[in-house]
Design a protein around this ligand. Sequence first.
Ligand SMILES: [Cu+2]
Length: 333
Amino acid sequence: MITTQFDSAGNVIPTAFSVDNGKFSRFAFHSGLVNGKGRYWPTKYSHNKAPLERFIVRKGQKFRYRIIGAQTLYPMRVFIQGQTLSLRTSDCYNLKPIEVQSIIVHPGERYDFTFSFSSASKKEYLLIAETIETRHSHNSYHAAETAIEIEDFEGARSYIPENDQTEVCTYIVELPKDKVIQLIFTNLGTGSGWSHPVHLHGHTFFVMKMGFGTYDETNGRLINDTTDIMCTDLNNFCTDLRWTDSSWTGGNIPDLNNDPSQKNTIVVPTGGYVVVRIVTNNPGMWFLHCHINLHNTNGMAMVINSGPGSHPETPVSPVQWKGYEAIASWQTR
Ligand SMILES: [Cu+2]
């Protein structure tokens, strides 16, 4: 784990926090890109005038945006200035449409929303993705931006310028084929304090329950971890744990969601837990990991061996592909 980062003057950059006082990172975020374009904001009042990605729309035209959380660390709040968005999908699964002001996207998550300008008071609007940490955001502007231009708006433009060695994973869990498996992700005890967007390849989480700690009702800050689970190990790393109410054991968890969302990246809140179910109908070795790459590369990852004995054949080497010779002879003609 990287424990300390320094600014150019040698001062320690303190940890950034979310509004509920969960820790984010000791890495200072500066600026992000949308579709590979964006501006650098050295202060919150000035930027380097780099061109932005630009979407051209017409008034009344309904358009659909797909947000792919390709960031490595910070969650981003995505919104269009002063507009209401209709959220349609989460991780490519349909939702009952809901009107929202903004969408918080963690690393690895995908969301679709639809939108139309029924009326517009200016020719250009910004679609903004800004980080949601609280500590360093006071004197700087932390965002990725893109421009939406209304083609048929009558009026002037406003302000937007232009090795072949195989490593062996040490942590593999085997799950039998074609079963419903219930997994519980916890974020408790010593080492908690950071929320983690946990991502599984090859399968879908049905989100059966999310358990949270208790929060201060006036400022929204986390006060205590959930009381649903007790950590019983000596050093409180919560590697040994049990349900506080023993009647919950054996998969007997109450208040499960009757209409669960389908996700493949789920945020496990600090001080809380998430209960998901997967169907093991896609045999293979699948990576399960925190999608904050800093955590992932520090070891917050494992492999699910789904359906051992039923894995498909390993693909042949590209040099054995049929058609390779034809391509080679065409290249040499
Ligand atoms: Cu993480």
